[in-house]
Design a protein around this ligand. Structure first.
Ligand code: CMC
Length: 440
């Protein structure tokens, strides 16, 4: 894959400012999204733009993921996420995101072999787990471990990023495989059980479930429905264009750090409750509602109260102003998993009641706040036996191929620039130092 094609110029917009007229090119992407190209704005006019949270700012051109938040459309490399979730596996989607096309048979085989071959982590690294305090958050462990991989596998993390790009297959498979192992080990550490090493005969998701749930005294057989559900969840999380963590990966990567460091930045960003950390918050919120006797109206009122910082976790999205297509699939998968395991989870009933009330509440309707990807995913993880503190780690495993693909694309972009936004300074104007004894 080369650099992304450049969006076509389709005309000019005019900016009338300070008695002059400036022409700004209007460009269009392949799905007819239009943008005002302001890359020469400051040179031409002396102005910069001000856009809190980058709500109106395209930070790059990308050919990885297409998202239409108004229509509820999400496609990876052109393929609808619904089709991929139904027919594909996570490993194949990871290949698609990183390489830009679905693998041929022998490429798929080679990719799977590499995943198996690189699944172990250096034995010295397993010592790190032992020294973390009890109850350490697995996201703290995960981020530290991923950046530590750069010391144990320096051949892929030397300062020569261009070298990494030429070894992208090995780099990608190593990171994908080892992140899964680190995640499972951090869980075993948290419950005080011995690590279960990866097995060469199991596929990616089955291997993860086995590392999580088997033990020397407790044989574990992977349930194919759970394996399938995990594939679906990871596929649905695999990329989401320029979200907070991906933007962090691109921004940190733009300083030409190694891939491990860039991905670690993504992991840390994902941890936040407004981003990937919301899946943990959702379950905690549903548990809280259950403790309060199941009264969903109370939390809805709290979420609407502007004096209360509380938000309804699992609702709302920066770009979706329609039902998040991922949430629809996850809700269906959730029912399938609970049916298969014959679990009646009271939190699911509370979640569905909450969704129903929100759908008719003018506050949420006016603001177009729908359930997002994090709303039902936690109920599936709970049913699988994955503890709440691991939920965001699961999101990280899923998002990893997207981070790698976006990092790779940014490094290969001929218009590559270190990311360095401007600001509008609002502090004091110049003043002069007064020695302490004269300050009174
Ligand atoms: N509960 C109550 N009010 C909300 C919520 C919510 N979950 N989300 C948005 N609003 C209100 C917000 O108060 C604001 O109201 P007003 O216009 O009166 O000031 C309006 O809706 C617009 O919200 P915003 O904060 O300006 O929108 P944003 O695009 O900056 O934020 C968001 C998007 C996802 C951070 C936000 O919807 C939120 O905090 N949701 C809860 C956390 C959550 O579920 N995050 C997971 C997102 S999906 C996974 C991922 O990709 O990260």
């Amino acid at each position: 894959m080369g650099a992304p094609p450049v969006a076509a110029k389709i005309g000019d917009a005019e900016l009338h400012y300070d008695g002059r007229v400036f022409k700004l090119p209007v460009v269009e992407g392949t799905e007819h999204e239009r943008a005002l190209d302001i890359s020469r704005l400051r040179d031409q006019t002396g102005l910069v733009t001000l856009d809190y949270g980058y709500k109106n700012t395209g930070s790059c051109q990308s050919e990885i993921t297409y998202l239409d938040g108004e229509q509820g459309v999400l496609r990876y490399r052109g393929y609808p996420v619904e089709e991929l979730a139904e027919k594909s596996r996570f490993v194949e989607v990871a290949y698609l995101l990183v390489h830009g096309r679905l693998p041929r048979k022998e490429e798929q085989q080679k990719f799977s072999d590499l995943l198996t071959r690189h699944s172990m982590i250096h034995e010295d690294m397993t010592q790190f787990f032992k020294n973390y305090p009890e109850h350490s958050h697995p996201m703290a462990i995960l981020s530290a471990m991923v950046v530590s991989l750069s010391s144990f596998y320096p051949e892929m993390s030397q300062d020569n990023v261009d070298e990494e790009l030429t070894h992208i297959d090995i780099t990608t498979t190593r990171l994908l495989s080892k992140l899964r192992t680190v995640a499972a080990f951090s869980y075993k550490k948290s419950i005080g059980e011995p690590f279960v090493y990866p097995r060469h005969d199991l596929k990616y998701c089955a291997n993860f479930l086995n590392m999580m749930f088997s033990s020397p005294v407790r044989p574990y057989e992977v349930n194919p429905v759970l394996e399938r559900a995990l594939n679906v969840l990871l596929i649905l999380h695999a990329d989401h264009e320029q979200n907070c963590s991906t933007s962090a990966v691109r921004a940190v990567g733009s300083a030409k750090v190694n891939l491990y460091a860039a991905v670690t930045a993504g992991i840390c960003a994902l941890w936040g409750p407004l981003h990937g950390g919301a899946n943990q918050e959702v379950i905690e919120m549903l548990e809280e509602i259950q403790k309060m006797g199941g009264d969903v109206k109370k939390v809805i009122e709290r979420a609407k109260d502007k004096k209360d910082p509380f938000r309804l976790y699992g609702f709302g999205h920066r770009v979706y102003k329609n039902y998040d297509p991922r949430a629809r699939i996850i809700k269906k998968t959730c029912m399938e998993v609970l049916n298969e395991l014959k679990i009646k989870d009271p939190l699911l009933d509370i979640a569905m009641e909450l969704e129903e009330c929100v759908q008719t509440d003018p506050y949420f309707v006016e603001r177009k706040l729908y359930p997002n990807v994090d709303f039902y995913s936690g109920i599936i993880y709970r049913a699988m036996g994955i503890p709440v503190s691991m939920f965001t780690v699961m999101f990280a495993i899923g998002r990893l191929p997207g981070w790698i693909a976006q990092w790779k694309e940014s490094q290969e972009d001929p218009d590559f620039k270190i990311q360095r936004p401007r600001q509008i300074y609002t502090g004091p104007t110049v003043r002069h130092y007064v020695p302490l004894e004269e300050r009174g």
